[in-house]
Ligand binder design. Structure first.
Ligand SMILES: Cc1cc2nc3c(=O)[nH]c(=O)nc-3n(C[C@H](O)[C@H](O)[C@H](O)COP(=O)(O)OP(=O)(O)OC[C@H]3O[C@@H](n4cnc5c(N)ncnc54)[C@H](O)[C@@H]3O)c2cc1C
Length: 376
């Protein structure tokens, strides 16, 4: 089999796809818009579930390396009320590895390994069913054709319009992220508050979550229900860190001082409104083009998106590796899509309902969500 296969996007989904195909000895072209692996901060930490992200890494032959890098202690989760009272304090049992954490940058480097990624290749459009195959247009004016193009290019996919008219819509919940460095030495009280994993505080229509990454780095996310243009109404310049900090402190006014310190000591602030794709998101099969990960099923960030993207990447790669001829390749993609739609649709419903309850008028709902999923 020597199909010309391109995966657009070097996120968890695209890289897992490429790595598993590589593991089976098949060539694949990875086209990534970022000019280099470290062109932008890689983002926070991901928990990889046993039957999803971890299974995908096993299919890539990377289970042992993951065990070395991941942080099982990061599974710890503490929930406080807005007065700072600890309501729940879960710690993983010795040897528990159901959802260990790994920094996104470490996961990316692990997956990259021997892959030959073409950096700085921003795709602008994909045209299926041309006489030479699937035509891919790039921002620099170049064009290339392939037998199969996989859109693993995330929420704002440029591959998706080739097969679906769906576009992401705003959930009504926005997120402002900040971070703390060297938390153990610079902010020991906050380090104790956060513990080895995460701390979350739920109030009326708002939440603050802090999550430990490796190396004493902590990501803090303030989530709240607001119109998309909440900052314009407040005449708030999102590039002005001090103004954003003050505005968040006003929004979370009355919460316990140690909790608000997560915002007081945060460095830069990044605004990330939460968007989702319609549920279910399916399309009429188009030969030569498919999607996986956020490009196919963007959903609220409640621990499933990267896991799904990786498992889909691994499964699609395995089916392609087992497909002997061009007709079989298309059949493999069709079967993959059916399987992805069913599983992702289920998770999209779970995470949509989860977000409704986690950022809701009734904070006891948030606690109930955790009580339902945490081992007792
Ligand atoms: C705060 C937060 C916390 C999260 N925590 C978790 C978690 O713990 N567990 C979990 O499973 N999920 C989590 N998620 C969700 C997870 O981040 C995403 O679902 C996951 O990254 C999707 O992977 P992907 O490979 O599909 O897309 P992405 O990670 O978005 O990667 C897409 C890649 O495509 C590239 N690209 C984009 N456009 C183009 C283009 N035009 N041409 C070429 N390249 C392009 C991008 O540069 C990027 O490298 C979280 C999300 C957020 C926001």
């Amino acid at each position: 089999m020597r199909h010309r296969i391109a995966v657009i996007g070097g996120g968890p989904g695209g890289l897992t796809f490429a790595r598993v195909l590589h593991h089976h000895g098949h060539p694949v072209t990875v086209l990534e818009r970022d000019p280099a692996p470290d062109a932008r901060p890689p983002g926070g930490t991901l928990d990889l579930q046993e039957g999803m992200g971890q299974l995908a890494l096993e299919k890539a032959g990377l289970r042992a390396e993951f065990q070395e890098l991941s942080r099982p202690e990061g599974q710890a989760m503490r929930i406080l009320d807005t007065n700072g009272t600890v309501l729940r304090d879960w710690k993983p049992r010795p040897g528990e590895r159901a959802n260990p954490e790994i920094d996104r940058g470490q996961l990316r480097d692990l997956l990259l390994g021997p892959l030959d990624v073409q950096w700085g290749r921003r795709v602008t459009e994909v045209v299926p069913q041309t006489h030479a195959g699937v035509l891919v247009h790039f921002a620099d004016g170049r064009e290339e054709t392939f037998d199969l193009v996989i859109g693993a290019d995330g929420a704002w996919s440029r591959v998706r319009p080739a097969i679906s008219s769906a576009t992401p819509h705003y959930t009504g919940v926005t997120r402002v992220e900040t971070s703390l460095d060297d938390v153990d030495t610079r902010h020991p009280d906050l380090a104790r508050l956060i513990g080895d994993g995460s701390v979350a505080v739920y109030g009326v229509n708002r939440a603050l979550v802090a999550q430990r990454n490796s190396g004493g780095h902590v990501k803090v996310g303030a989530q709240f229900r607001a119109p998309l243009d909440w900052h314009t109404d407040l005449d708030l310049d999102l590039a002005d860190a001090e103004a954003v900090r003050s505005s968040l402190l006003a929004l979370f006014d009355g919460w316990a001082a140690p909790v608000l310190d997560l915002l007081r000591h945060g460095t830069a602030f990044v605004h990330r409104p939460l968007y989702v794709l319609p549920v279910p998101h399916t399309w009429a099969h188009v030969p030569g083009v498919t999607l996986l990960g956020d490009a196919a099923h963007l959903m609220p960030p409640l621990g499933a998106g990267a896991n799904l993207a990786m498992l889909e990447g691994a499964e699609l790669a395995e089916s392609i590796a087992a497909a002997p001829g061009p007709g079989d390749l298309d059949e493999a993609v069709r079967a993959f899509e059916e399987q992805m739609w069913a599983r992702a649709g289920k998770w999209a419903k779970i995470t949509t309902a989860g977000l409704e309850r986690l950022v809701s008028p009734d904070p006891t709902q948030a606690l109930a969500v955790f009580d339902e999923v945490q081992p007792s």
